[in-house]
Design a protein around this ligand. Structure first.
Ligand SMILES: [Zn+2]
Ligand SMILES: [Zn+2]
Ligand SMILES: [Zn+2]
Length: 786
């Protein structure tokens, strides 16, 4: 008996080869009917023998193309008609709008095969792509997503490409960036002053330059990279000097998984992440035998590693001369990545010896994503849509190319909010229905270029996602660029959100939690509602509101921001706070190394000059790192804390330093005096820094465990959310999770969204959505006075 079904599929199902896939699935079963793109996705009508139709329906989501992301399939019966074939119906004008735009995707195996096949018409063509791979998000000018509204508009297809584009059974059916040697973008090599070099093969010449120890700027998907030979110390040092980037680790690109395995330890989840279509940078444990220059990632046990993801990058490696390339974003330290050819010519002048460029415009900046793969099953998650098993093991540290603009799927519908994020590692978030769209990594808003990128991203995302935030959520810090920007927007309702409240709400949102939770928000800096700098916070949190239940004791930061750059200042501050000037008699090596500066800092503290108070956990890490001699000054954010964690390495130790809990009215204050007493005893007796670091970490875990138990007794809450940049510390995150789980807590952490300030915007949006009526203390138009 024949049946006919009407099927609505929503999610990312356009521009990803979904219609040809459905066409094949239907015709292989001799089914008749139609498929068409709709505003929400695709609509399929399918007719034939009941068994075949049911088989079709059950396979539909299971065997969908790699790039498709199905969020919903709605099936209903309908009357049969006289269809005699299965047809792809052209989408009606203006209808293919509200579907989700795909992120950029790494070159697929089929295209890679053709790229390296001398018989193929696209042999060595650096822009080969198909519906399963290639640029998407970074070439979109406007919606709906089709060629005239992308940066491929200026490249009319040749007859051969057009025929592929028009054939429903071809892998390039409606592949908008489809191109070949005859009709598509082309490469050029420029010298250091941006003059074109014509008498060479741009790829071979670039490889030779890198092999000779020079720096080549290579135009990628979301911006320029600066490429240098990662096995050559002098080349990496040169790159560091030019880029003015001291010690902050560089990522390396290697040709294949086997090379990655030669250099680093590789577990199953890490291998999967390396090979995933998003091709993020993955932090891998470095093998001591790896022939990678020490200057790539000084004092770090991890290397950021990724595989080629554009045809051009594959071509750089296919001559088999290069083993590993430093591929760092084309910019001066902490500025946004350069994308435009002319922009690169001017901004990267003096940084690169050559420029490997092309004439396909990048319309949206998008840095490489950085992730960590986790084997642990201790991380608790609510069930999500199917097929996410490998993705479940990925923890985002910087969510950008390959992942954006795939939304974070929310549990409930919320109104349209624009959340503008924080100051460092900025992202913005736009919400609509059950979707929260986080932007690519916008980065640090402390420089002029950063402001520009922020404005661009807000405008462009609102346009291509068709969301106008009716409400704008912002951080309470009055000096953040994003806050000032928000406060200038007239006509929108404004909701100020406390920094650590946003961190925990972000964790709740991605884990689909409702109600109230206990939240540990640990980080470097966040503006508190009392005007102090918070950062070691135990909160009782709902989306609507929060209560500060416990925090690390307040300590002065002598010199304000200078105390962030120079961890030794925090060491002096803690010791002076607990022991007065007596600590000068303790003969601590770090104090001796500081010389007369100690006295200056003490005077500053005595007089409370430029010494704001902080409860920051990051600053406590800084103090300990300085005390044990790991780092007196930092060259990049969180460097001292990272190196302190790295020091544990081969010195795990079950002992822990004591911290005290002191009741202060309605709050618990976490006191560090006993910790420093024992730590100093260890220091004086010559204990290894690795052991001290382990005991320090264990002490924090122990005291946070006690805080959680106290709060459970008081509130009855049993769910704990962990967020804030400090949880990038794997030792702390995993051991605290394990300890809390052992004590019967349900523990939630962040994976899909960074736990650092890159995840703030999601939490801001959720909190704003729950405070729109304006009756919360945090829903006022202006931040509290400093
Ligand atoms: Zn492909
Ligand atoms: Zn062509
Ligand atoms: Zn933060």
């Amino acid at each position: 008996m024949e049946v006919r079904r009407h099927i609505e599929v929503s999610g990312i199902v356009q521009g990803v080869g979904f219609r040809p896939y459905v066409y094949r699935l239907a015709t292989e079963r001799d089914l008749t009917g139609t498929i068409t793109n709709t505003p929400m996705g695709v609509t399929i009508e399918v007719q034939g023998p009941r068994e075949s139709v049911e088989d079709f329906v059950s396979r539909l989501p299971r065997e969908a193309p790699t790039l498709a992301r199905i969020t919903d399939v709605a099936v209903r019966e309908m009357p049969c008609n006289g269809d005699t074939e299965f047809r792809i119906i052209a989408s009606q004008r203006g209808t293919a709008v509200r579907t989700l735009i795909s992120p950029d995707v790494a070159t697929c195996d089929d295209c890679l095969h053709e790229l390296l096949d001398p018989a193929d018409r696209r042999y060595r063509y650096p822009f080969i792509n198909c519906t399963n791979c290639g640029p998407r998000f970074t070439i979109v000018r406007d919606i709906p997503y089709d060629r005239p509204r992308t940066s491929m508009a200026g490249f009319p297809m040749c007859p051969a490409c057009q025929a592929e584009y028009d054939d429903p059974l071809n892998r390039r059916f409606h592949a908008q960036p489809n191109a070949c040697w005859d009709c598509g973008p082309q490469l050029e090599l420029w010298d250091k002053d941006g003059r074109r070099i014509t008498d060479c093969n741009p790829i071979t010449a670039s490889v030779d330059a890198v092999m000779a120890g020079l720096v080549v700027a290579v135009k990628g998907l979301g911006g320029f990279h600066l490429a240098a030979d990662a096995t050559n110390s002098a080349a990496v040092t040169l790159l560091r000097e030019r880029k003015r980037r001291v010690e902050k680790p560089f990522a390396i690109m290697v040709p294949d998984v086997r090379t990655a395995e030669d250099f680093c330890e590789l577990r199953a989840a890490e291998r999967a992440a390396l090979l995933s279509i998003q091709r993020p940078i993955i932090l891998l444990r470095r093998k001591s035998s790896a022939p990678i220059a020490d200057e790539v990632a000084p004092f770090n046990r991890y290397l950021g590693v990724f595989l080629p993801y554009t045809p051009l990058q594959h071509l750089l490696f296919c001559e088999a001369k290069l083993k590993a390339l430093v591929m760092t974003s084309g910019n001066l330290s902490e500025e946004p990545i350069a994308i435009d050819n002319d922009e690169a010519r001017s901004r990267l002048h003096g940084l690169a010896d050559y420029f490997l460029v092309h004439n396909r415009e990048i319309l949206l900046r998008c840095d490489d994503s950085v992730v960590r793969a986790l084997e642990s099953t201790a991380f608790n998650r609510k069930g999500r849509e199917g097929g996410a098993k490998d993705a479940e093991k990925i923890q985002q540290l910087r969510r950008s190319r390959g992942f954006v603009p795939v939304p974070v799927f929310l549990r409930e519908q919320i109104s349209s909010i624009l959340a503008v994020g924080g100051e460092l590692k900025n992202t913005i978030c736009l919400t609509k229905g059950k979707h929260a769209f986080l932007s690519q990594h916008i980065g640090d808003l402390e420089n002029l270029e950063g402001y520009g990128f922020f404005g661009e991203a807000v405008e462009h995302l609102q346009k291509i996602l068709e969301i106008r935030g009716e409400v704008i959520a912002y951080d309470l810090h009055p000096d953040y660029f994003s806050t000032k920007w928000a406060l200038r927007q007239s006509g929108s309702q404004l909701v100020g959100v406390q920094h650590h409240h946003a961190h925990i709400a972000s964790c709740m949102a991605e884990n689909h939690l409702e109600g109230s939770v206990i939240g540990f928000a640990l980080d470097g800096t966040g503006y508190g509602t009392d005007g102090n700098i918070w950062g070691g916070e135990a909160l009782v949190v709902s989306y609507k509101d929060f209560e500060r239940a416990a925090h690390f004791e307040y300590i002065a930061m002598p010199g304000g921001a200078a105390a962030i750059r120079e961890p030794c200042r925090m060491a002096v501050s803690y010791l002076a706070h607990h022991f007065g000037r007596d600590f000068l008699q303790m003969k601590l090596p770090f104090a001796a190394a500081l010389g007369p500066k100690v006295e200056l800092l003490l005077q500053m503290l005595d007089r409370r000059v430029n010494s704001p108070l902080t409860s920051s956990c990051g600053r406590l890490f800084d103090a300990v790192a300085a005390l044990v001699g790991i780092r007196h000054e930092v060259n990049y954010e969180a460097q001292a804390a990272i190196e302190l964690e790295m020091a544990i390495g081969d010195f795990p130790d079950p002992a822990s330093y004591p911290l005290e809990l002191v009741r202060d009215q309605d709050q618990w204050i976490i006191g560090t005096r006993p910790l420093f007493e024992v730590l100093i005893r260890d220091l004086v007796s010559g204990t290894h820094p690795g052991l001290i670091s382990a005991r320090f970490h264990n002490g924090l875990i122990e005291v946070l465990g006690r805080v959680a138990t106290l709060l459970r007794e008081r509130t009855g809450l049993n769910r704990v959310c962990l967020s804030g940049g400090t949880f990038n510390n794997l030792y702390l995150a995993q051991h605290l999770q394990a300890q809390l789980a052992e004590n019967g807590f349900e523990v939630f952490s962040q994976r899909e969204v960074p736990c650092g300030d890159g995840g703030l915007s999601l939490g801001q949006a959720m909190i704003a959505a729950h405070n729109i009526a304006g009756h919360s203390p945090f829903a006022q138009g202006n931040p509290p006075a400093a």
